[in-house]
Design a protein around this ligand. Structure first.
Ligand code: CA
Length: 233
C-alpha cells in the first residue's frame, strides 16, 4: 500500500513555548504542523489551506479561538477542531462546544492524551460523516427531529447540535439501560481505546442537554455513578 500523504495540522497558539512544543511533537509523529500565533491569521490560513485538523487556543491576539471556531464552522463544517483550554475552566469548554469545536484538551496536557484526541478526530473524519438517520424519535416527552436538529415538547422548542442529537438517539434506543461512557466515547467520539482516555466530554454534553431539555438532576437522564447514563423510561 502506498504511504499515506502526511497530514497538515494548523497550530494556532500564541504562547511560543507551547506552540513550539506542539509542533515538535506533531512533526515527530509524522504530521506536518503549521504554526500560527494570531487568531485572525489562523482563521485566514485555515480557510485558505487544506488542513486535516486545527489545534486552537482560546485566548489569542487578533481574534479569540471561539470566534475563529465559529467563523470556520460556517464554511468548513466537517473540519476537526480541537480546542486547547485552561485547567478548571468548564465555561470555556462549553463555550467551545457552542462555537462548534469537536473536542478539547486541558492545558497542561499529556502528549499521549493530545495524540489520542487527534487520532480519534482524524479517524472519525476519515470515516466520513455516517449516513444521517433522519427519522424523528421520542426522548421522554420530547420529539427530536434529526433533520432539523430541533427538539419539541408542546409549544417549546430547543435547538440541538448534531452530537447532542446523536447522543439522545443512542440513549433513546435503549431506554432504561445503562449506556456506558466508554461506549459513548467509542461510538460517538471515535476513540478506539476509550478506557485509556481521561475526559469529561460526555459528562459536559449531558450537562448541556439537561439544561436544554429542562431536565435537571436525574429527572430524565440518569447518571449511573462510575458507569454511564440512562434514559429514565
Ligand atoms: Ca493564549
Amino acid at each position: 500500500m502506498p504511504e499515506a500523504e502526511p497530514r497538515a495540522i494548523l497550530v494556532v497558539e500564541d504562547e511560543a513555548s507551547i506552540r513550539r512544543g506542539l509542533c515538535d511533537v506533531l512533526a515527530y509523529h509524522g504530521y506536518v504542523p503549521e504554526p500560527v500565533e494570531r487568531g485572525d491569521e489562523g482563521l485566514r490560513r485555515a480557510l485558505a489551506g487544506d488542513h486535516a485538523l486545527i489545534l486552537l487556543d482560546i485566548m489569542l491576539p487578533g481574534l479569540s479561538g471561539f470566534e475563529v471556531c465559529r467563523q470556520l464552522r460556517e464554511v468548513r463544517p466537517q473540519l476537526p477542531i480541537l480546542m486547547l483550554t485552561a485547567r478548571g475552566s468548564e465555561d470555556d469548554v462549553l463555550e467551545g462546544f457552542r462555537a462548534g469545536s469537536d473536542d478539547y484538551v486541558t492545558k497542561p496536557f499529556s502528549l499521549a492524551e493530545l495524540l489520542a484526541r487527534i487520532e480519534a478526530l482524524l479517524r472519525r473524519s476519515d470515516a466520513g460523516a455516517p449516513e444521517p438517520v433522519e427519522t424523528p424519535f421520542a426522548f421522554g416527552a420530547w420529539q427530536v427531529d434529526p433533520a432539523t436538529l430541533a427538539a419539541r415538547q408542546g409549544d417549546r422548542e430547543t435547538e440541538l447540535t448534531r452530537r447532542e442529537c446523536d447522543l439522545l438517539r443512542l440513549l433513546a434506543g435503549e431506554p432504561g439501560r445503562i449506556v456506558g461512557r466508554r461506549r459513548l466515547l467509542r461510538e460517538l467520539w471515535g476513540f478506539e481505546e476509550p478506557e485509556r482516555v481521561e475526559t469529561r466530554t460526555v459528562d459536559m454534553h449531558i450537562a448541556r442537554l439537561r439544561k436544554k431539555l429542562d431536565a435537571p438532576g436525574n429527572g430524565l437522564i440518569e447518571t449511573v455513578r462510575g458507569e454511564g447514563y440512562r434514559l429514565i423510561s
